[in-house]
Design a binder for this molecule. Structure first.
Ligand code: PXL
Length: 269
């Protein structure tokens, strides 16, 4: 059995975070494990305001010990880390266990929350985790932050950000422009392996129900790498997977709706 793990936050609403990761791993037919860094909750009495409860260093260390020392893994993803000790412990485990297939999802914002969640962590994530990653999956905002430039708004700016992020140590950079790129008629992402650029494109999906999309993409890439795909193949397959997922997204309540990682089973309709 292929075994993959996520080090991420738990999203009590079930659409993002490690819940999205585990659902995605299941759809890929790999065995999923999770080390919880924090628990995110949302309050329906306060317009779905987010709150984050970090778990202690001790609790995180014990989980990492279970997964890395007690079991072993074929690929790893990190999502929302939420503390400097989580960043440093993840890095330490990746180094000690020589984890080659490590996907860094540099989660800096939650769609629901709007603001950067742990701005003080962004630079540490960039300096400590980027050099360990086989693929990093920033959205436009995160790409700007990792690259030390304004949020890219054009394809050329995305490429410039990708070059800079690669120069900081990520072996492959996948920047998700998605629907947010100005004047773009498709969902357009950029993949850069340090030599060549590939545009990864799909039709735009007109939906509000995109909660957890970023987590799902990174988890799909991780599962693909665990199964032995090359980085670009894993990214291409993840792009198809998220397109199916977003096509079958649905509302949970009046604020939020996730994609559906099981969407690929129905195929396009
Ligand atoms: O989608 C980003 C994200 C990642 N991880 C956790 C979250 C969210 C957004 O809500 O709650 C735990």
């Amino acid at each position: 059995m292929i075994k993959v793990a996520t080090i991420a936050g738990s999203d009590a609403s079930g659409g993002a975070g490690l819940e999205a990761d585990l659902k995605t791993f299941q759809e890929y037919g790999v065995y999923g494990m999770a080390a919880v860094t924090l628990i995110a909750t949302m309050d329906g009495d306060r317009d779905w305001a987010h709150q984050v409860f970090p778990l202690s260093e001790e609790v995180l260390r014990a989980q990492l010990h279970t997964i890395f020392d007690g079991i072993g893994l074929d690929a790893l993803k990190t999502g929302m880390l939420g503390s400097t000790y989580a960043v440093d412990m993840a890095a330490d485990m990746i180094r000690t266990h020589a984890i080659d297939r490590y996907v860094l999802d540099p989660v800096m914002v939650c769609k629901g929350a709007g603001e950067a969640l742990h701005p003080e962590l962004n630079e540490r994530v960039a300096s400590v985790l980027l050099p360990l990653s086989i693929v990093v999956t920033p959205n436009l905002f995160e790409a700007g932050q990792l690259a030390g430039m304004d949020t890219p708004a054009t394809i050329d700016e995305m490429k410039e950000a990708a070059r800079r992020i690669h120069a900081r140590g990520a072996r492959n950079v996948f920047i998700k422009g998605g629907s947010r790129l100005e004047g773009q008629a498709s969902a357009l992402d950029i993949f850069f392996d340090g030599k060549d650029f590939n545009q990864v494109e799909s039709a735009l999906i007109d939906t509000r129900w995109t909660h957890g999309a970023g987590c799902t993409v990174a988890a799909a890439i991780t599962a693909g790498l665990g199964l032995g795909l090359e980085p670009y193949e894993a990214v291409s397959r993840a792009k198809k997977f998220i397109t199916y997922s977003l096509r079958s997204g649905f509302a949970l309540n009046r604020w939020v709706g996730p994609g559906n990682p099981a969407g690929w089973r129905k195929g396009f309709n």
